[in-house]
Ligand binder design. Structure first.
Ligand code: FES
Length: 323
């Protein structure tokens, strides 16, 4: 289950700085209007931004720590996005006030590991860089492998190269390697037994990472997806009952539970609608969910205490949800 270090509701902040990080990638810094400290940040956490155009998007935090005075997120303008990153790059200006959600962490770091191997692709470097800073500060054994299509698209390169404690900082630029992607398997195979490994990047990298770790125990593998991992469960034809009101909804083919509830005026928190952020996580009282998210572990999916109702459905019978 995802973790929310702070249960604080929305926080009003001001965009206090924008900084260039790489081609199409900017760092956005937010501070509280009253100057008070913000909720604590664990490495790997993200925040939700409630944008003035009504969109809600979540982005990984660059820095962790207790009671920070600012939050910084790295945002790449994605030509294929549904509009969030484009809007931010084109319309958000220093001084703009917005609401944000307190940090949520679906990608926690085990800082006690004997050795840690980090893999990042593209803007997936944001949570990995946050984690690497933590391991550096703690003096732990770790290495970083970072791939982008071209050198100019790589953020935090100087900062990564300045890390003194890393066993290795390996930069891979596809266009300088005859277009070849980073080969994850030999790196995984060379890592000592007991290494914890983390990956955040585009879908082909995530697939390569999971395949490379297929024979290692699952507890050593940590992933964060920033786009859908699986097709949503949209077969429909089942009933969802809300335990608090007793209301029942028949979910038609082609619609998610979240869409049906939203259409009926039942408010459920949501953001990515791709099963990657955890905002719509809902407690399951009974029934057999058809899990399609990228957040819950295999074991969490097996016991089905919760589900992400933006992408997950039912394997057949009625689902009773704690709503
Ligand atoms: Fe993000 Fe459902 S809205 S996981």
């Amino acid at each position: 289950m995802s973790t929310t270090p702070s249960q604080e509701a929305k926080i009003r902040v001001r965009l206090s700085a924008i900084q260039y990080a790489a081609r199409d990638t900017h760092l956005y810094e937010f501070t509280r209007l009253d100057g008070a400290p913000l909720p604590d940040v664990e490495p790997g956490a993200h925040i939700g931004l409630h944008l003035p155009n009504g969109m809600m998007r979540q982005y990984s935090l660059v820095y962790s720590g207790a009671a920070p005075s600012r939050y910084v997120v790295g945002i790449k303008r994605d030509a294929n996005s549904r509009g969030g990153s484009r809007y931010i790059h084109e319309s958000l200006r220093v001084g703009t006030e917005i609401d944000i959600d307190a940090p949520r962490n679906n990608f926690p770091l085990n800082s006690e590991a004997s050795h840690t191997v980090f893999f990042a692709g593209g803007i997936g470097i944001t949570p990995i860089w946050c984690m690497a800073q933590k391991m550096e500060a703690l003096g732990r054994s770790y290495e970083v492998h970072f791939a982008t299509r071209t050198r100019v698209e790589a953020a935090f390169v100087k900062e990564l190269q300045a890390l003194k404690g890393a066993k290795q900082v390996h930069l891979h630029f596809d266009d300088e390697q005859a277009g070849k992607f980073l080969n994850i398997k030999p790196i995984v195979d060379a890592a000592p037994a007991g290494s914890h490994m983390y990956c955040c990047g585009p879908a082909p990298m995530m697939a390569g990472f999971e395949a490379a770790l297929a024979s290692r125990p699952k507890e050593f593998m940590h992933v964060e997806y920033f786009s859908a991992k699986e097709e949503a469960s949209l077969g429909g034809g089942y009933v969802v009952q809300l335990a608090k009101s007793g209301k029942e909804f028949t979910i038609p083919a082609g619609k998610s539970i979240l869409q049906v509830l939203n259409d009926a005026g039942v408010f459920v928190s949501s953001s990515c609608e791709e099963g990657v952020c955890g905002a719509c996580e809902t407690v399951v009282i009974s029934g057999e969910p058809d899990h399609r998210d990228a957040i819950l572990s295999d074991e969490e999916k097996r016991v089905s205490k919760t589900m992400m109702i933006c992408v997950s459905g039912s394997k057949g019978g009625k689902l009773v949800l704690d709503l």
